[in-house]
Design a protein around this ligand. Sequence first.
Ligand SMILES: Nc1ncnc2c1ncn2[C@@H]1O[C@H](COP(=O)(O)OP(=O)(O)OP(=O)(O)O)[C@@H](O)[C@H]1O
Ligand SMILES: [Mg+2]
Length: 503
Amino acid sequence: MYYNNNILVGKTSDKKELFILPSMANRHGLITGASGSGKTITLKVMAESFSDAGVPVFLADVKGDLAGTAYPGEMSDKVKERVEKLGLENFEPKAFPVRFWDLYGEAGHHLRTTVEAIGSDVLSIILGLSEVQEGCLAIAFKVAKEQSQPLNTFNDLRKILEYLANNRTEYGNTTTQSIGAIQRSLLILENQGADKFFGQPMLNINDFFQVENGRGVINILDSVKLFESPDLYAAFLLWILNELFSKSPEVGDLDKPRLVFFFDEAHLLFDNMPSYRLKRITQIVKLIRSRGIGLYFISQAPTDIPDEILSQLGNRVQHTLRAYTPADQKTVKAAASAFRTNPAFDTETAIRELGTGEALISFQNAKGAPEIVEYATILPPQSRMGVIDNAEREAIINASPLHGKYSAAPNSATDTQNRKEIKAADPNQTQADNLAKYKEQYGNGPFKKSDGPIAKSQKKASAAKSTAKKGKSTAAKAGERFVTNAAGAAGRGIISWFKKIFK
Ligand SMILES: Nc1ncnc2c1ncn2[C@@H]1O[C@H](COP(=O)(O)OP(=O)(O)OP(=O)(O)O)[C@@H](O)[C@H]1O
Ligand SMILES: [Mg+2]
């Protein structure tokens, strides 16, 4: 709730208001706690308040329980009780301006990038190509560029590959086997929906920075399907973060951020992260602040987040943590030690005893120093808690000013209709020449295909699957296994892509 020009998040038992100062909201934040402790609702309360403060928000909806932000909440007995306990006189249920986005183009505006923007080296990793096939793909990209052919979608690429197959000799020893292997890989990715991530119109990141009637638009990336492939989820969120960073001007400290980005399930980003990537992300976290963007990570425990990043997160909300095992107890201790102690209570005990929707809070004061920790009850959200139905989602998508802007079907003939006739190949160009030029440009790469987090990906994908998909038929499970494995392969590829971007 936006109150007295502040992002009000909770209150202590003696009604002390605990709020994020809008001018300090770019000092980033962290929301942690056990499953079911209230993290998503806290995120929602913050997002609503930022919206009312005129600050646009981006967040990923992993469980579909944030979509209700587009509709007013209900004054249930539980909400009434909380409102009374907190003495919230001006509390009223209300809806917030929401834009739905979806990489699959099903549950929101279609968020995508192009094959050309990804590049041949990255795509070859996503496709799991051998070195020879990689060289062949590089030639296909080169041919497309030389002949000014569009390379937006998988279909565009397929056309170039067909042309290459028919003119092999003119482009050196591009073998039918290599071309066939690339086409087969494209088909596998296509079968599990990843072709939908590529095509025009690609995302214009400025569309995330919308303000409507003085209220910041809350951009919700529907990630329910995407999250079945956790690596793909982490990689695409990181890609969006990188887009935001690279395309935002330096603005210094503002009265309020230009945008706030919530990164749910943030541990996925940092699991087994190679040090060069961590270095790059740490750099982004440090620098993006002066570009007016606040980052809020959400995870189960602060120990999920590397220290370098943790030290940059000034606004903290710690929900309860369980302490059943010695490892759990260590986590509680570490979480407690991150706070400036309050003489009124023992931090460690409090973390174990907090109820649902209660949290320990420490936000940054006007001087940029963390306040002492407080025991708080979190506000209830003003918008609906939980999911929405398809008709409700459609209504929001159809009413959006972006409706239609991103809806061109990526694989329709439209994006290839204007294709120019492909010219004859340069007979002097051999595959060896092309490969040499390619290597000169890209080198052998700082990584090998084999160093992707394969085991991790498979483990996480199957864990995500087993929790989300209990009770399905064997056939459905087999289908999902195929999709998840294929998506995992794509995810590993994209993770490797980030290795390259962040090298
Ligand atoms: N501030 C709050 N006001 C009202 N109800 C709340 C609040 N916080 C939590 N709740 C209640 O507790 C439930 C669980 O909260 P929430 O979904 O935020 O947990 P979570 O930590 O995100 O769980 P998970 O890790 O499983 O995603 C909510 O559906 C809601 O009913
Ligand atoms: Mg949650």
